[in-house]
Design a protein around this ligand. Structure first.
Ligand code: F3S
Length: 368
């Protein structure tokens, strides 16, 4: 028995009157709502679907998507997709079997109405939910849109984002409610942070503090806000506030919150386990690179092989500008969800290090 309130129309969907695909999607949303004690469903404007790499979902995931499509599943709102397991040109050189299966996954999602963006920064290319309710399933993008754009989204799973995109609704709980977005701890940064240090800041807060922070004495640019989001994304925190900068930061009375002071040395010490000093290639673009980052890296000279990951639109804009023969600009995929041939990888992203280590790769965190 469900405790979530459903309108007559929603009940009919759950009873199967609008077809089996919608019934299944509604059942998933109702179960999710019940687990999280949601009172009702709310309308959303967009979804972002993760878990689409063949490396991660394999044949079972592909079959699930095909079954759903064959039941008549169609997305009713804008639904963008996260990186795939390989780029469309197979610049990475994965085997033919993997490539074919990946293209099948993308094709099925396309037939269901997804916008095949294959990027974890969909907010650069049109899925930009400014102060709107959405269902995002990519962890760093979820944190970025909640914190920087004032969007309202929980961190969805691949399945729940698909269900939400079919119905155009999500259960009302978690970060869709103002009361759950409040900061719980003040983080006062004593040194002036720059660039990659924002990955470390996010990683430290997620690992050591574990509470929604309001961060003071920092002045991040948009790329640095993205690094902060990615650093936090390996924890369960899905929103942050930067004092005097992010949209909601002035909404709260923070006077009585616990204060934590942080310096650069503490941040550096937290990521020592990601540093091995040994690497075959440098991988950058976790999350996917912005135009400013691409321009900056294309001006640099490298001795090692360098893979730069971004979305297809930025790839097209900059592919002719690659001058250094060691650099490959790659669209659609990333170092974590593709089957990379290297065993030891240098990157500036704590998120990439975390997931690559889990997969048995050796990483070397670099400040670049
Ligand atoms: Fe994006 Fe891949 Fe990192 S999906 S956030 S580049 S792990």
């Amino acid at each position: 028995m469900s405790f979530i309130y459903l309108s007559k129309h929603e009940e009919k969907i759950l009873d199967g009157e609008h077809g089996e695909a919608k019934r299944l999607a509604m059942e998933i949303l109702v179960k999710l709502g019940d687990i999280n004690k949601a009172d009702r469903l709310i309308e959303i404007d967009a979804a972002h679907i993760s878990g689409i790499s063949y490396k991660n979902i394999g044949d079972a995931g592909l079959e699930f998507l095909m079954d759903l499509k064959n039941l008549g599943a169609k997305f009713s709102i804008l639904a963008t997709t996260n990186p795939s397991g390989v780029d469309r040109f197979n610049i990475l050189g994965v085997d033919e079997h993997f490539y074919k299966k990946q293209m099948l996954i993308l094709n099925v999602l396309k037939q269901m109405g997804a916008k095949i963006t294959c990027t974890c920064t969909p907010y650069y290319i049109g899925n930009l939910p400014y102060r709107r309710h959405v269902a995002f399933a990519e962890s760093s993008a979820t944190i970025f849109v909640n914190s920087v754009l004032g969007a309202y989204t929980n961190r969805e799973s691949s399945i729940s984002s698909i269900a939400a995109a079919i119905i155009g609704k999500t259960p009302l709980y978690g970060l869709h409610k103002e009361e759950n977005r409040k900061p719980k701890i003040r983080v006062i940064v004593e040194d002036k942070l720059k660039g990659y240090e924002y990955y470390l800041l996010g990683y430290y807060i997620g690992k050591e503090l574990g509470e929604i922070p309001i961060i003071e004495n920092v002045y991040p640019n948009v790329d640095e806000l993205k690094y902060l989001s990615a650093g936090l994304s390996v924890s369960s925190i899905n929103i942050f506030h930067v004092y005097n900068l992010t949209l909601e930061s002035k909404n709260y009375d923070i006077e009585d919150l616990e204060k934590i002071k942080l310096d650069r040395k503490t941040l550096d010490d937290t990521v020592l386990m990601f540093k091995s000093n040994d690497y075959e290639a440098i991988c950058l673009g976790c999350p996917h690179l912005s135009m400013m980052e691409i321009k900056r890296y294309l001006r640099m000279k490298f001795k090692n092989e360098v893979l730069l990951f971004t979305n297809y639109s930025f790839y097209k804009l900059f592919k002719e500008d690659v001058r250094c023969e060691n650099i490959k600009l790659i669209p659609d995929t990333c170092m974590v969800v593709s089957p990379l041939k290297y065993k030891t990888i240098a990157t500036n992203s704590t998120k990439a290090c975390f997931y690559l280590n889990l997969q048995g790769y050796k990483t070397h965190l670099i400040n670049i």
